[in-house]
Structure formats: structure tokens, C-alpha cells
Write a protein that binds this ligand. Structure first.
Ligand code: SAM
Length: 286
């Protein structure tokens, strides 16, 4: 795309053969932009994750346009059709159930496929739960890691948790209310109870809450409560005072290395270096 065509895309009107990635609210419908409404009104069709969700926005702002469903279950059939329509000159908007399409939702699959066909994509930005939680957390926000949902498989999950526990940058996670307590207990194990954290619940909605300020307090707050609503978790990166080596993991690694044939001394030396400990501290674990 040359500079001239980029300039023309800055207008309000949708253009032929372009995929518009349209950000929609994460709760408060008034957060939608004028530009997003205009695009939703004027494109040839709107591909949405769940037509019922998108209809709420369309109805509130009196927009009637053709909606097609596009989600993880039908993407293999719908993506080629959307690509064909774009090549034939239709303008298409894609929206997800909430926030920015492509952030932990099926928007990612379609942008990759469309880009690989050399079709232009224009983003009409909107709310994103990760960024909304980050900037309201009060935690360092100029450099951060977004992990989305942690893997469900325990061994994969522990690899990411270990990375989070050692990372100096702020981490943002999405979690379902049903699994929040499990996640908080894992964070306690890996990062220690003093690590600063903010759990953002129901951002931009009527019952918005920001719960902090460290892992111990947050577990105490949610203990014995029924947790409902949308949740985003922001965890401060490690600082010297938070250093909390995960003893059970180091012990397991030590046993694995010894089983694999390393001497206790060599295995301890290796793990001490890897975890920023003294060799004697690793020794003491067994
Ligand atoms: N595309 C969306 C975005 O830009 O934020 C995220 C989609 S992902 C499928 C949905 C997850 O985002 C939820 O499970 C929750 O973790 C987070 N989320 C969405 N809306 C939220 C809100 N209002 N408050 C807190 N977290 C929210």
C-alpha cells in the first residue's frame, strides 16, 4: 500500500475490497466510536462472532446492515467466502463479541488469511480489555507482556507461570471467573503472596471493580465469594524484593536432572545459575 492510498483510507467512507477490523465496546456500548458506527453502517456486510451480540450495538445505534456469523466453529468455511467477497470488491467489517477483533478471538485467523491474499486491512480501533485493565492498574505500563488465557494443560501452564514469575515486565492475563481462584493460587505459588497484582472485573460496566494490591489480599478478597463477570488480571513484574524461587519446581528439576545422569553437584550448579540462587540453596532443597 503506498502513502496515497493510506491517505484515502483515512476518510470515513468504507472502500471497496477492504477488510475493516472494527473495535467494539467491552461492556459500555457508549464506548463505540463514530467512525466504527459509520463503517458498520456503510460496509457491504458485517462479519461478527455472534450475531446476537452485534445486534445489540446495531439496534442501539439504529443500524441495519447485513450480518454474517464468523467464529471458530465455521471459520474454515467462512474465511474463503469472505476472501472471495473482498476480491469481488465488497467492503467487509469484522467485529468480535467484545473489544478488538484478533485479541484472543477468531479475528486473528481472518486477518492472517486476508493479509496473505494481499488484500488491504484497515483497523478502526476500539476498546481492549487488556489495555483498559493495564492503564487503570497503576502498575508499570510502558513495557508489558500480554499472555491472554493461560494454557489449560497443566505442564504448559506451569511453563508460562514460571516465565511470568521471573519476568521484569508487567503481565496481563485473561481468565474466566470460574478459574480465577485456581489462577490466583498458582500465582501465589509461583510469584509469592507479596507480588503486586490488580484484578479488574467488569471493566467499563456498572459493577466495575479493581481489586488489589497483592496476591495475598486478592485471594482473601475473593475467598468464599461467588465470582461472576469478565476478569482481566495484571501482575507486576519481578523486583528484587519479590524474589521467590519456586521450590517445588526447582526440586522436581533437580530430581529430573539427577535421574538423567547428572551428579547432584552439577545439577545444583546448573539450577542455581538458572534460578539466580546459590548452589548451597539448591542443595538444601533436598
Ligand atoms: N477481544 C477482546 C479484547 O479486545 O479485549 C477479548 C476477547 S476474549 C475472548 C474475552 C476475555 O477478555 C474475557 O474472558 C476477559 O478475560 C476479558 N474481558 C473482556 N471484557 C472484559 C471486561 N469488561 N472486564 C474485564 N475483562 C474483560
Amino acid at each position: 500500500m503506498n502513502n496515497n492510498s493510506l491517505l484515502s483510507h483515512r476518510t470515513q467512507e468504507p472502500e471497496k475490497g477492504i477488510l475493516y477490523i472494527v473495535g467494539t465496546p467491552i461492556g459500555n456500548l457508549n464506548d463505540i466510536s463514530q467512525r466504527a458506527l459509520n463503517i458498520l453502517k456503510k460496509v457491504s456486510l458485517v462479519a461478527c462472532e455472534d450475531t446476537r451480540q452485534t445486534k445489540k450495538i446495531m439496534n442501539k445505534f439504529n443500524i441495519s446492515n447485513k450480518l454474517i456469523s464468523f467464529n471458530k466453529h465455521n471459520s474454515s468455511i467462512k474465511i474463503p467466502k469472505i476472501v472471495k467477497d473482498l476480491k469481488e470488491g465488497k467492503s467487509i467489517a469484522i467485529v468480535s463479541d467484545a473489544g478488538m477483533p484478533g485479541i484472543c478471538d477468531p479475528g486473528e485467523d481472518i486477518t492472517r488469511s486476508v493479509k496473505s491474499e494481499d488484500i488491504d486491512i484497515i483497523c478502526v480501533p476500539g476498546a481492549c480489555a487488556a489495555i483498559t485493565a493495564l492503564v487503570s492498574s497503576g502498575l508499570p505500563s510502558s513495557s508489558f507482556v500480554f499472555e491472554g488465557f493461560l494454557p489449560r494443560k497443566q505442564s504448559d501452564r506451569e511453563i508460562v507461570l514460571l516465565e511470568i514469575s521471573k519476568n521484569k515486565k508487567t503481565t496481563i492475563l485473561y481468565e474466566s471467573p470460574k478459574r480465577l481462584i485456581k489462577l490466583l493460587k498458582e500465582l501465589l505459588e509461583f510469584c509469592g503472596g507479596d507480588r503486586e497484582i490488580m484484578v479488574a472485573r467488569e471493566l467499563t460496566k456498572k459493577f466495575e471493580e479493581h481489586i488489589g494490591n497483592n496476591i495475598n489480599n486478592v485471594i482473601e478478597f475473593f475467598k468464599d465469594k461467588e465470582i461472576i463477570g469478565e476478569i482481566t488480571v495484571v501482575i507486576r513484574g519481578i523486583r528484587k524484593r519479590d524474589f521467590n524461587p519456586n521450590k517445588s519446581i526447582i526440586k522436581k528439576d533437580l530430581n529430573d536432572l539427577i535421574d538423567a545422569g547428572l551428579s547432584l553437584s552439577a545439577a545444583s550448579k546448573y539450577l542455581a545459575k538458572k534460578n539466580g540462587l546459590k548452589k548451597s540453596e539448591v542443595y538444601n532443597l533436598i
